[in-house]
Design a protein around this ligand. Structure first.
Ligand code: C2O
Ligand code: CU
Length: 508
């Protein structure tokens, strides 16, 4: 089964002496953003948290050994953006201010943005619809219900045709929803670690280089965790939870531990799996989230454990992409009054609504081919792309399920040599099998991205709701999405009822 990512064809233009050295940088935890106000919605009897985030240019320390600062675009000027932490059943209103310059400082495109909370069942006007943009100088309020199971979501830019360069430049952050079951089962606080992985290549002046090889993808030669190259984190001799997000715009990873020990996967994109799964490695495509427990109890103080990436053969002279980050085990005393310090749960959430759906509940089967046009180089889903959706005045849909319908969708990637992490907005799905594709135990949880590998066919079972509206489906290899591997489906409504029902941006 092919599970590997294509490797870098282009390397950083930095002098080798300026390249970061693995395991020198300190791992940084991403700050948690506090709400600036709280309120109450009497109609829904729910609390509301209000947040404010400003998209702005920042300077990041991605090349710490040379003190070269890297200009980025960031939520509050940082990459990753601040983490937002919610309780389930508390609403949030996130005001995103676009304070970016009119055009990208090195890439030149217009910096209109659209913010998508990836993993949320949002109403259409808050979904980060790619063509629902805010220009520099404007803000938009995004309203999220947070009524789903505890999970790791992430917010990122989704601007039509510029998602790849904007996310690559730094517009991405994590967003966590907590609930009582997850709080009881899994480590919290400092042992619940947001871990955003990405890759980058650098220009000679330390700025980010960009080369997506004619929209095939960008494979940077520097691997970053929370925005730092190959960092080291100090850990106690206990069990930690890592919320691993692959925020690379193209690269997939196959993480494993240098000790040969397994990790325990406890949650997928949509939250807790029915049962925990012990795995030695997993393939992790762009935008997928896996929450894993790593057990540091049996390592010696002073021992270093590396998180590695089973990458393809190296084809650049300087290639450390088989390394990701390292953990240095300390002798710091462990608080054994916290039961999660030594508990690896077995049963998590067997009654998850998506995971208990039955194939026999499905009333429709649809199959979609993933393809690239040899002449235009454009990517498509079942011969449709986003340019056609725009040309139809946003009325063209690839599927039109009824509200609450259960369907099986198949993605067929047997026409080309690329892998595609396919993302469906609005809902969680269950992977129910495929052809020329292994059954991966770590995928046995609710998902919103499916890794459709080279030559694979995969089937998904899902229920269309909870909202009517129109939602996007796209490849999360973002240069593919931008050119133009994105389409939409409607839920419970006819195309003639579509309005570009946007939450009009407000002049800030
Ligand atoms: Cu992670 Cu449509 O996005
Ligand atoms: Cu793709």
């Amino acid at each position: 089964v092919p599970t590997r990512s294509v490797e870098a064809k282009v390397a950083s233009a930095l002098d080798p002496s300026q390249m970061p050295v693995p395991f020198r940088a300190q791992f940084l935890r991403t700050p948690v953003l506090a709400p600036y106000a709280t309120g109450y919605d009497p109609e829904d009897e729910m609390k509301i948290n209000y947040y404010s985030i400003t998209q702005s240019v920042g300077n990041a320390s991605m090349l710490p050994n040379r003190n070269l600062l890297t200009p980025i675009l960031g939520y509050n000027g940082t990459f990753p953006g601040p983490t937002l932490k919610m309780d389930r059943w508390t609403k949030s209103v996130v005001r995103v201010r676009n304070q970016l310059p009119a055009t990208h400082p090195t890439m030149g495109h217009n910096l209109y943005t659209s913010t998508h909370l990836h993993g949320s069942a949002s109403l259409p006007q808050f979904d980060g619809y790619a063509s629902d943009i805010a220009m520099p100088g404007f803000y938009k309020d995004y309203k999220y219900p947070n009524n789903q199971h505890a999970r790791t979501l992430w917010y990122h830019d989704h601007a039509v045709h510029y998602t790849a360069p904007n996310v690559y430049s730094g517009l991405a952050g994590q967003y966590h929803v907590h609930d009582p079951l997850e709080r009881q089962l899994l480590p919290q606080g400092q042992f619940d670690v947001a871990l955003t992985l990405s890759d980058a290549m650098f220009a000679a002046d330390g700025s980010l280089g960009y080369d997506d090889d004619s929209h095939s993808g960008l494979w940077g030669d520097v691997i970053m965790a929370n925005g730092r190259p190959w960092p080291v984190m100090q850990v106690q001799r206990r069990i930690y939870r890592f919320r691993i997000l692959n925020a690379s715009i193209s690269r997939s990873f196959r993480p494993y531990l240098s000790t040969g020990d397994p990790v325990t996967v406890v949650a997928t994109d949509g939250g807790l799996m029915p049962y925990a799964q012990s795995v030695y490695e997993w393939r992790h495509g762009s935008a997928e989230r896996y929450e894993v427990l790593i057990d540091f109890r049996h390592y010696q103080p002073g021992q270093r454990v590396e998180l590695r990436n089973l990458s393809n053969k190296n084809n650049v002279d300087y290639d450390f992409t088989h390394k990701m980050m390292a953990f240095d085990v300390t002798d710091e005393p462990v608080d054994t009054s916290d039961p999660t310090w030594n508990t690896i749960p077995v049963e998590l959430n067997p009654s998850n609504e998506v995971m208990t759906l039955k194939e026999s509940d499905a009333t429709k089967f649809r199959s979609f081919r993933l393809k690239r046009d040899d002449i235009t180089n454009l990517w498509s889903i079942d011969d449709m792309n986003w340019a056609e959706v725009i040309a139809s005045n946003y009325r063209k849909v690839i599927a039109d399920p009824e509200l609450d319908a259960v369907e099986i969708w198949e993605f067929d990637n047997r026409s080309g040599g690329w892998f595609h992490p396919v993302h469906i907005h609005l809902l969680d799905f269950k992977i129910i099998g495929g052809e020329d594709r292994a059954d991966f135990s770590y995928e046995q949880g609710p998902k919103d991205v499916v890794y459709c590998g080279e030559g694979e066919k995969v089937r998904l079972l899902m229920k269309f709701g909870p909202h009517r509206g129109r939602y996007m489906i796209h490849c999360h290899n973002l240069p593919h999405e931008d050119h133009d591997m994105m389409v939409q489906f409607s839920v419970g409504m006819a195309p003639e009822d579509f309005e570009l029902d946007v939450n009009d941006p407000i002049n800030a």
